[in-house]
Design a protein around this ligand. Structure first.
Ligand code: ADP
Ligand code: ZN
Length: 435
Protein backbone atom coordinates (compact mmCIF):
# COMPACT_ATOMS: atom_id res chain seq x y z
CA UNK A 1 0.00 0.00 0.00
CA UNK A 2 2.92 2.28 0.75
CA UNK A 3 2.94 5.86 1.73
CA UNK A 4 -0.09 7.05 -0.23
CA UNK A 5 -3.62 5.79 -0.69
CA UNK A 6 -3.80 7.06 -4.27
CA UNK A 7 -0.34 8.08 -5.39
CA UNK A 8 -1.38 9.00 -8.92
CA UNK A 9 -3.76 11.66 -7.60
CA UNK A 10 -1.94 12.71 -4.44
CA UNK A 11 1.32 13.35 -6.29
CA UNK A 12 -0.12 14.48 -9.64
CA UNK A 13 1.65 17.34 -11.43
CA UNK A 14 -0.23 20.58 -10.84
CA UNK A 15 -0.86 21.12 -14.57
CA UNK A 16 -2.46 17.69 -14.85
CA UNK A 17 -4.56 18.33 -11.76
CA UNK A 18 -5.81 21.57 -13.29
CA UNK A 19 -6.83 19.67 -16.41
CA UNK A 20 -8.65 17.05 -14.37
CA UNK A 21 -10.41 19.73 -12.32
CA UNK A 22 -11.44 21.59 -15.47
CA UNK A 23 -12.96 18.51 -17.07
CA UNK A 24 -14.83 17.65 -13.91
CA UNK A 25 -16.02 21.21 -13.34
CA UNK A 26 -17.51 21.50 -16.82
CA UNK A 27 -19.38 18.24 -16.29
CA UNK A 28 -20.54 19.21 -12.82
CA UNK A 29 -21.88 22.61 -13.89
CA UNK A 30 -23.94 20.93 -16.58
CA UNK A 31 -25.20 18.37 -14.07
CA UNK A 32 -26.50 21.00 -11.62
CA UNK A 33 -27.91 23.18 -14.41
CA UNK A 34 -29.88 20.22 -15.76
CA UNK A 35 -31.02 18.85 -12.42
CA UNK A 36 -31.27 21.63 -9.82
CA UNK A 37 -33.77 24.39 -10.66
CA UNK A 38 -32.57 26.39 -7.63
CA UNK A 39 -29.07 26.47 -9.10
CA UNK A 40 -30.23 27.19 -12.60
CA UNK A 41 -32.05 30.23 -11.29
CA UNK A 42 -28.97 31.48 -9.41
CA UNK A 43 -26.87 31.09 -12.53
CA UNK A 44 -29.45 32.82 -14.69
CA UNK A 45 -29.54 35.70 -12.25
CA UNK A 46 -25.78 36.04 -12.70
CA UNK A 47 -26.15 35.76 -16.46
CA UNK A 48 -24.07 32.61 -16.77
CA UNK A 49 -24.88 29.30 -18.48
CA UNK A 50 -22.90 26.04 -18.75
CA UNK A 51 -21.64 27.25 -22.14
CA UNK A 52 -19.63 29.94 -20.35
CA UNK A 53 -17.69 27.42 -18.27
CA UNK A 54 -14.77 25.88 -20.16
CA UNK A 55 -12.48 25.15 -17.24
CA UNK A 56 -11.31 26.31 -13.82
CA UNK A 57 -10.36 29.70 -15.26
CA UNK A 58 -14.11 30.35 -15.54
CA UNK A 59 -14.95 29.30 -12.00
CA UNK A 60 -15.18 32.91 -10.81
CA UNK A 61 -18.14 33.46 -13.15
CA UNK A 62 -20.34 31.14 -11.12
CA UNK A 63 -22.53 32.43 -8.28
CA UNK A 64 -21.62 31.70 -4.66
CA UNK A 65 -23.71 29.45 -2.52
CA UNK A 66 -24.10 30.06 1.22
CA UNK A 67 -25.56 28.35 4.26
CA UNK A 68 -28.62 30.60 3.82
CA UNK A 69 -29.23 29.00 0.40
CA UNK A 70 -29.03 25.57 1.98
CA UNK A 71 -31.60 26.53 4.58
CA UNK A 72 -33.88 28.07 1.98
CA UNK A 73 -33.66 25.01 -0.21
CA UNK A 74 -34.16 22.62 2.73
CA UNK A 75 -34.68 19.72 2.48
CA UNK A 76 -34.68 18.70 -1.20
CA UNK A 77 -34.10 21.95 -3.09
CA UNK A 78 -30.43 21.31 -3.96
CA UNK A 79 -30.77 17.62 -4.61
CA UNK A 80 -29.24 16.76 -8.01
CA UNK A 81 -30.14 13.07 -8.17
CA UNK A 82 -33.48 11.33 -7.67
CA UNK A 83 -34.05 10.46 -4.03
CA UNK A 84 -34.33 6.81 -5.05
CA UNK A 85 -30.61 6.88 -5.96
CA UNK A 86 -29.59 8.34 -2.60
CA UNK A 87 -28.53 5.96 0.12
CA UNK A 88 -27.73 8.21 3.09
CA UNK A 89 -28.14 11.61 4.65
CA UNK A 90 -26.01 13.44 7.21
CA UNK A 91 -26.79 16.69 8.93
CA UNK A 92 -24.95 19.49 10.65
CA UNK A 93 -24.99 19.92 14.36
CA UNK A 94 -27.45 22.42 15.81
CA UNK A 95 -28.52 25.19 13.49
CA UNK A 96 -31.64 27.27 14.00
CA UNK A 97 -34.83 25.38 13.21
CA UNK A 98 -33.88 24.07 9.81
CA UNK A 99 -30.79 21.93 9.81
CA UNK A 100 -28.55 21.53 6.81
CA UNK A 101 -29.11 18.11 5.31
CA UNK A 102 -26.65 16.59 2.84
CA UNK A 103 -27.52 13.66 0.58
CA UNK A 104 -25.23 10.90 -0.70
CA UNK A 105 -25.47 8.33 -3.47
CA UNK A 106 -23.35 5.19 -3.11
CA UNK A 107 -20.83 6.85 -5.46
CA UNK A 108 -20.65 9.87 -3.12
CA UNK A 109 -20.11 7.66 -0.08
CA UNK A 110 -17.25 5.89 -1.89
CA UNK A 111 -15.58 9.18 -2.81
CA UNK A 112 -15.87 10.45 0.73
CA UNK A 113 -14.56 7.24 2.30
CA UNK A 114 -11.62 7.31 -0.09
CA UNK A 115 -10.80 10.85 1.09
CA UNK A 116 -10.83 9.59 4.67
CA UNK A 117 -8.70 6.59 3.65
CA UNK A 118 -6.09 9.03 2.28
CA UNK A 119 -6.04 10.74 5.69
CA UNK A 120 -5.58 7.45 7.52
CA UNK A 121 -2.76 6.34 5.22
CA UNK A 122 -1.11 9.77 5.52
CA UNK A 123 -1.11 9.23 9.29
CA UNK A 124 0.74 5.96 8.76
CA UNK A 125 -2.28 3.65 8.70
CA UNK A 126 -2.21 0.25 6.98
CA UNK A 127 -4.41 -2.83 7.02
CA UNK A 128 -2.51 -4.03 10.07
CA UNK A 129 -3.78 -1.15 12.18
CA UNK A 130 -6.56 -1.11 14.75
CA UNK A 131 -8.48 2.08 14.10
CA UNK A 132 -10.45 3.32 17.10
CA UNK A 133 -13.18 5.70 15.93
CA UNK A 134 -14.42 7.79 18.83
CA UNK A 135 -16.12 10.50 16.78
CA UNK A 136 -19.87 10.56 17.30
CA UNK A 137 -21.84 8.20 15.07
CA UNK A 138 -25.24 9.22 13.74
CA UNK A 139 -26.23 12.30 11.78
CA UNK A 140 -22.81 13.82 12.50
CA UNK A 141 -20.34 13.04 9.72
CA UNK A 142 -17.29 12.31 11.89
CA UNK A 143 -18.02 8.72 12.90
CA UNK A 144 -19.33 7.51 9.56
CA UNK A 145 -16.55 9.15 7.53
CA UNK A 146 -13.59 7.78 9.44
CA UNK A 147 -15.35 4.43 9.90
CA UNK A 148 -15.71 4.14 6.13
CA UNK A 149 -12.13 5.26 5.48
CA UNK A 150 -10.83 2.76 7.98
CA UNK A 151 -12.73 -0.07 6.26
CA UNK A 152 -11.31 0.93 2.89
CA UNK A 153 -7.76 0.85 4.25
CA UNK A 154 -8.55 -2.53 5.77
CA UNK A 155 -7.84 -1.59 9.37
CA UNK A 156 -9.63 -3.48 12.11
CA UNK A 157 -12.25 -0.81 12.85
CA UNK A 158 -13.58 -0.18 16.35
CA UNK A 159 -16.81 1.81 15.94
CA UNK A 160 -16.72 3.19 19.49
CA UNK A 161 -18.56 6.50 19.00
CA UNK A 162 -17.90 9.09 21.72
CA UNK A 163 -18.50 8.88 25.45
CA UNK A 164 -17.91 6.31 28.18
CA UNK A 165 -14.25 7.21 28.34
CA UNK A 166 -13.10 4.49 30.71
CA UNK A 167 -14.61 1.86 28.43
CA UNK A 168 -12.82 3.48 25.47
CA UNK A 169 -9.52 3.13 27.31
CA UNK A 170 -10.29 -0.45 28.32
CA UNK A 171 -10.91 -1.36 24.66
CA UNK A 172 -7.75 0.46 23.62
CA UNK A 173 -5.79 -1.75 25.98
CA UNK A 174 -7.63 -5.02 25.29
CA UNK A 175 -7.72 -4.72 21.50
CA UNK A 176 -4.50 -2.79 20.96
CA UNK A 177 -5.87 0.32 19.24
CA UNK A 178 -3.14 1.95 17.16
CA UNK A 179 -4.95 4.91 15.57
CA UNK A 180 -7.41 7.10 17.44
CA UNK A 181 -9.94 9.23 15.52
CA UNK A 182 -12.02 11.79 17.43
CA UNK A 183 -12.32 15.51 18.09
CA UNK A 184 -9.13 17.07 19.52
CA UNK A 185 -10.95 18.03 22.71
CA UNK A 186 -12.08 14.47 23.23
CA UNK A 187 -8.56 13.22 22.53
CA UNK A 188 -7.24 15.53 25.24
CA UNK A 189 -9.93 14.32 27.62
CA UNK A 190 -9.07 10.69 26.90
CA UNK A 191 -5.41 11.59 27.48
CA UNK A 192 -6.15 13.12 30.85
CA UNK A 193 -8.28 10.16 31.87
CA UNK A 194 -5.47 7.80 30.89
CA UNK A 195 -3.19 9.77 33.16
CA UNK A 196 -5.69 9.78 36.02
CA UNK A 197 -6.08 6.02 35.69
CA UNK A 198 -2.34 5.71 36.25
CA UNK A 199 -1.66 4.32 32.77
CA UNK A 200 1.55 5.45 31.09
CA UNK A 201 1.40 6.44 27.41
CA UNK A 202 3.92 3.74 26.55
CA UNK A 203 1.60 1.11 28.01
CA UNK A 204 -0.86 1.93 25.22
CA UNK A 205 -0.33 0.74 21.64
CA UNK A 206 -1.50 3.99 20.04
CA UNK A 207 0.81 5.52 17.44
CA UNK A 208 -1.29 8.16 15.70
CA UNK A 209 -4.41 10.23 16.06
CA UNK A 210 -6.61 11.91 13.43
CA UNK A 211 -8.38 14.83 15.00
CA UNK A 212 -10.69 17.48 13.57
CA UNK A 213 -14.19 18.96 13.29
CA UNK A 214 -13.23 21.89 15.52
CA UNK A 215 -10.40 24.40 15.84
CA UNK A 216 -7.36 23.37 17.89
CA UNK A 217 -3.98 24.87 18.53
CA UNK A 218 -0.39 23.70 18.15
CA UNK A 219 -0.09 23.71 21.95
CA UNK A 220 -3.02 21.36 22.14
CA UNK A 221 -1.37 19.12 19.56
CA UNK A 222 1.76 18.88 21.66
CA UNK A 223 -0.20 18.16 24.79
CA UNK A 224 -2.25 15.39 23.18
CA UNK A 225 0.90 13.91 21.63
CA UNK A 226 2.54 13.81 25.05
CA UNK A 227 -0.47 12.48 26.93
CA UNK A 228 -1.12 9.63 24.51
CA UNK A 229 2.39 9.04 23.12
CA UNK A 230 1.28 9.57 19.51
CA UNK A 231 1.66 11.79 16.48
CA UNK A 232 -1.48 13.91 16.12
CA UNK A 233 -2.78 14.79 12.64
CA UNK A 234 -5.40 17.34 11.69
CA UNK A 235 -8.36 16.62 9.40
CA UNK A 236 -10.84 19.13 8.01
CA UNK A 237 -14.25 18.99 6.46
CA UNK A 238 -17.82 20.12 6.66
CA UNK A 239 -21.11 18.35 6.26
CA UNK A 240 -21.93 20.39 3.17
CA UNK A 241 -18.91 18.98 1.34
CA UNK A 242 -19.43 15.37 2.62
CA UNK A 243 -17.75 15.61 6.01
CA UNK A 244 -14.18 15.10 7.27
CA UNK A 245 -11.58 14.35 4.62
CA UNK A 246 -11.85 17.44 2.45
CA UNK A 247 -8.29 18.07 3.66
CA UNK A 248 -5.87 16.02 5.74
CA UNK A 249 -2.48 16.41 7.30
CA UNK A 250 0.60 14.45 6.28
CA UNK A 251 3.80 13.53 8.14
CA UNK A 252 5.04 17.12 7.75
CA UNK A 253 2.27 18.22 10.17
CA UNK A 254 2.23 21.67 8.67
CA UNK A 255 -1.08 22.28 7.00
CA UNK A 256 -3.65 20.01 5.40
CA UNK A 257 -3.56 18.74 1.81
CA UNK A 258 -6.85 19.42 0.03
CA UNK A 259 -8.27 16.55 -2.03
CA UNK A 260 -8.19 18.64 -5.18
CA UNK A 261 -9.46 15.90 -7.45
CA UNK A 262 -12.78 16.26 -5.59
CA UNK A 263 -12.77 19.85 -4.39
CA UNK A 264 -11.57 23.07 -5.98
CA UNK A 265 -10.54 25.54 -3.30
CA UNK A 266 -10.60 29.33 -3.65
CA UNK A 267 -9.79 32.12 -1.22
CA UNK A 268 -12.02 35.17 -1.47
CA UNK A 269 -12.37 38.50 0.22
CA UNK A 270 -15.35 37.87 2.55
CA UNK A 271 -16.65 41.41 2.06
CA UNK A 272 -16.38 41.82 -1.69
CA UNK A 273 -16.38 38.22 -2.92
CA UNK A 274 -13.30 38.97 -5.02
CA UNK A 275 -10.99 35.99 -5.61
CA UNK A 276 -7.62 36.57 -3.91
CA UNK A 277 -4.25 35.32 -5.18
CA UNK A 278 -2.74 32.16 -3.70
CA UNK A 279 -1.07 32.87 -0.36
CA UNK A 280 -3.61 35.51 0.68
CA UNK A 281 -5.66 35.25 3.82
CA UNK A 282 -9.40 35.14 3.21
CA UNK A 283 -12.52 33.03 3.20
CA UNK A 284 -12.28 29.48 1.97
CA UNK A 285 -14.70 28.51 -0.82
CA UNK A 286 -15.16 24.97 -2.10
CA UNK A 287 -16.59 23.57 -5.31
CA UNK A 288 -17.27 19.86 -5.25
CA UNK A 289 -16.58 18.46 -8.70
CA UNK A 290 -17.29 14.79 -8.15
CA UNK A 291 -20.25 14.52 -5.81
CA UNK A 292 -23.48 13.72 -7.63
CA UNK A 293 -26.35 13.98 -5.12
CA UNK A 294 -25.41 17.21 -3.36
CA UNK A 295 -22.80 18.99 -5.45
CA UNK A 296 -22.22 22.47 -4.10
CA UNK A 297 -20.55 24.97 -6.41
CA UNK A 298 -18.55 27.82 -4.85
CA UNK A 299 -19.79 27.11 -1.34
CA UNK A 300 -18.74 29.77 1.16
CA UNK A 301 -17.41 27.98 4.24
CA UNK A 302 -16.95 31.16 6.30
CA UNK A 303 -13.64 29.71 7.48
CA UNK A 304 -10.73 32.13 7.24
CA UNK A 305 -7.67 30.47 5.83
CA UNK A 306 -4.52 30.63 3.66
CA UNK A 307 -3.64 28.22 0.82
CA UNK A 308 -0.06 27.36 -0.10
CA UNK A 309 1.38 25.35 -2.92
CA UNK A 310 4.94 25.00 -1.71
CA UNK A 311 6.58 21.66 -2.23
CA UNK A 312 5.75 19.36 0.67
CA UNK A 313 8.34 17.00 2.13
CA UNK A 314 5.81 14.14 1.95
CA UNK A 315 5.84 14.26 -1.85
CA UNK A 316 2.18 15.17 -2.24
CA UNK A 317 1.44 17.97 -4.68
CA UNK A 318 -2.08 18.69 -3.39
CA UNK A 319 -2.44 22.30 -2.27
CA UNK A 320 -2.28 22.85 1.50
CA UNK A 321 -4.62 24.86 3.72
CA UNK A 322 -3.52 26.18 7.09
CA UNK A 323 -5.55 25.54 10.20
CA UNK A 324 -8.68 27.68 9.94
CA UNK A 325 -7.80 30.99 11.60
CA UNK A 326 -11.29 32.08 12.54
CA UNK A 327 -14.60 32.68 10.84
CA UNK A 328 -16.08 35.46 8.78
CA UNK A 329 -19.45 35.03 10.49
CA UNK A 330 -20.30 34.86 14.19
CA UNK A 331 -20.51 31.08 14.41
CA UNK A 332 -18.82 29.58 17.45
CA UNK A 333 -17.81 25.97 17.74
CA UNK A 334 -18.43 24.87 21.31
CA UNK A 335 -17.80 21.25 22.27
CA UNK A 336 -17.80 20.46 18.56
CA UNK A 337 -21.26 21.96 18.04
CA UNK A 338 -21.94 24.93 15.77
CA UNK A 339 -23.50 27.72 17.82
CA UNK A 340 -24.81 31.02 16.49
CA UNK A 341 -25.49 33.80 19.06
CA UNK A 342 -28.81 34.38 17.27
CA UNK A 343 -30.00 30.95 18.44
CA UNK A 344 -29.47 31.96 22.04
CA UNK A 345 -31.15 35.27 21.46
CA UNK A 346 -34.20 33.53 19.99
CA UNK A 347 -34.54 31.37 23.12
CA UNK A 348 -34.30 34.40 25.41
CA UNK A 349 -36.76 36.44 23.37
CA UNK A 350 -39.37 33.71 23.77
CA UNK A 351 -39.09 33.96 27.56
CA UNK A 352 -40.67 37.28 28.40
CA UNK A 353 -39.09 37.51 31.82
CA UNK A 354 -35.54 37.38 30.59
CA UNK A 355 -34.23 40.52 29.02
CA UNK A 356 -32.43 39.97 25.72
CA UNK A 357 -29.28 41.37 27.26
CA UNK A 358 -26.95 38.46 27.42
CA UNK A 359 -23.36 37.46 27.05
CA UNK A 360 -21.88 34.16 25.97
CA UNK A 361 -18.65 33.28 27.73
CA UNK A 362 -16.60 30.46 26.25
CA UNK A 363 -13.35 29.18 27.69
CA UNK A 364 -11.25 26.07 27.61
CA UNK A 365 -10.50 24.42 30.92
CA UNK A 366 -8.50 21.19 30.98
CA UNK A 367 -8.80 21.04 27.22
CA UNK A 368 -12.56 21.00 27.16
CA UNK A 369 -14.82 23.89 26.34
CA UNK A 370 -16.83 25.64 29.02
CA UNK A 371 -19.99 27.40 27.92
CA UNK A 372 -21.74 29.94 30.09
CA UNK A 373 -24.59 32.28 29.22
CA UNK A 374 -25.06 35.34 31.39
CA UNK A 375 -28.61 36.57 31.19
CA UNK A 376 -29.67 39.85 32.65
CA UNK A 377 -32.87 39.87 34.70
CA UNK A 378 -35.29 42.72 34.32
CA UNK A 379 -36.28 44.77 37.38
CA UNK A 380 -39.55 42.92 38.09
CA UNK A 381 -37.91 39.59 37.96
CA UNK A 382 -35.08 40.64 40.20
CA UNK A 383 -37.47 41.08 43.12
CA UNK A 384 -39.10 37.68 42.52
CA UNK A 385 -38.73 34.70 44.80
CA UNK A 386 -35.69 32.50 44.69
CA UNK A 387 -37.90 29.64 43.52
CA UNK A 388 -39.17 31.49 40.47
CA UNK A 389 -35.66 32.61 39.59
CA UNK A 390 -34.51 29.01 39.80
CA UNK A 391 -37.40 27.95 37.58
CA UNK A 392 -36.44 30.56 35.02
CA UNK A 393 -32.85 29.36 35.06
CA UNK A 394 -34.01 25.80 34.49
CA UNK A 395 -36.32 26.82 31.65
CA UNK A 396 -33.58 28.71 29.82
CA UNK A 397 -31.19 25.85 30.37
CA UNK A 398 -33.65 23.28 28.95
CA UNK A 399 -34.56 25.42 25.96
CA UNK A 400 -30.90 25.99 25.10
CA UNK A 401 -30.22 22.29 25.43
CA UNK A 402 -33.14 21.47 23.14
CA UNK A 403 -32.05 23.82 20.41
CA UNK A 404 -28.27 23.22 20.53
CA UNK A 405 -28.00 19.71 21.89
CA UNK A 406 -25.37 20.81 24.42
CA UNK A 407 -25.71 22.16 27.93
CA UNK A 408 -24.82 25.70 28.92
CA UNK A 409 -24.34 27.02 32.42
CA UNK A 410 -26.95 29.72 32.85
CA UNK A 411 -26.07 32.61 35.13
CA UNK A 412 -28.82 35.10 35.84
CA UNK A 413 -27.33 38.47 36.67
CA UNK A 414 -28.64 41.73 38.11
CA UNK A 415 -30.46 44.23 35.92
CA UNK A 416 -28.08 46.51 33.99
CA UNK A 417 -25.00 44.56 35.03
CA UNK A 418 -23.98 43.50 31.53
CA UNK A 419 -21.91 46.34 30.13
CA UNK A 420 -23.67 48.32 27.41
CA UNK A 421 -21.63 49.01 24.38
CA UNK A 422 -21.74 52.09 22.24
CA UNK A 423 -21.31 50.19 19.05
CA UNK A 424 -22.06 46.58 18.36
CA UNK A 425 -23.07 44.69 21.51
CA UNK A 426 -20.33 42.41 22.79
CA UNK A 427 -22.30 39.20 22.86
CA UNK A 428 -19.43 36.78 22.88
CA UNK A 429 -16.40 36.57 25.12
CA UNK A 430 -14.27 33.79 23.73
CA UNK A 431 -11.31 33.25 26.01
CA UNK A 432 -9.99 30.22 24.12
CA UNK A 433 -6.70 31.08 22.55
CA UNK A 434 -6.58 30.15 18.89
CA UNK A 435 -3.94 30.45 16.22
P1 ADP B 1 -18.54 18.53 11.10
O1 ADP B 1 -19.68 17.60 10.96
O2 ADP B 1 -17.24 18.12 10.45
O3 ADP B 1 -18.36 19.16 12.45
P2 ADP B 1 -19.91 20.88 10.46
O4 ADP B 1 -20.51 21.12 9.13
O5 ADP B 1 -20.78 20.70 11.64
O6 ADP B 1 -18.99 19.67 10.18
O7 ADP B 1 -18.84 21.97 10.82
C1 ADP B 1 -17.88 22.34 9.88
C2 ADP B 1 -17.01 23.41 10.46
O8 ADP B 1 -16.21 22.87 11.51
C3 ADP B 1 -16.01 23.94 9.47
O9 ADP B 1 -16.56 24.92 8.62
C4 ADP B 1 -14.94 24.50 10.38
O10 ADP B 1 -15.30 25.78 10.87
C5 ADP B 1 -14.96 23.51 11.54
N1 ADP B 1 -13.86 22.53 11.40
C6 ADP B 1 -13.93 21.31 10.86
N2 ADP B 1 -12.72 20.70 10.92
C7 ADP B 1 -11.86 21.57 11.47
C8 ADP B 1 -10.46 21.55 11.79
N3 ADP B 1 -9.70 20.50 11.56
N4 ADP B 1 -9.93 22.67 12.34
C9 ADP B 1 -10.68 23.74 12.60
N5 ADP B 1 -11.99 23.84 12.33
C10 ADP B 1 -12.59 22.76 11.78
ZN1 ZN C 1 2.55 16.79 2.81
Amino acid sequence: MGKYWNEEIECMAHEDMKKLQSERLVKQVKHVWDNVPYYKKLMEEKGVTPDDIHGIEDLHKLPFLSKADLREAYPYGLLAKPLSECVRIHSTSGTTGKRVVAFYTQHDIDLWENCCARAIVAAGGTKDDVCHVAYGYGLFTGGAGLNGGSHKVGCLTLPMSSGNTERQIQFMQDLGSTILCCTPSYAAYIGETVKEMGIKPEELTLKAGIFGAEPWTEEMRHEIEKLLGIKAYDIYGLTETSGPGVAFECEAQSGMHINEDNFIAEIIDPDTGEVLPEGSKGELVFTSITKEAFPLLRYRTRDICILTREKCSCGRTLVKMCKPMGRSDDMLIIKGVNVFPSQIESVLLKISKASPNYQIVVDRVNNSDTFEIRVELNDDMFSDTVKSIEDLEKKISNDIHNILGIKAKIRLVEPKSIPRSEGKAVRVIDKRKLV
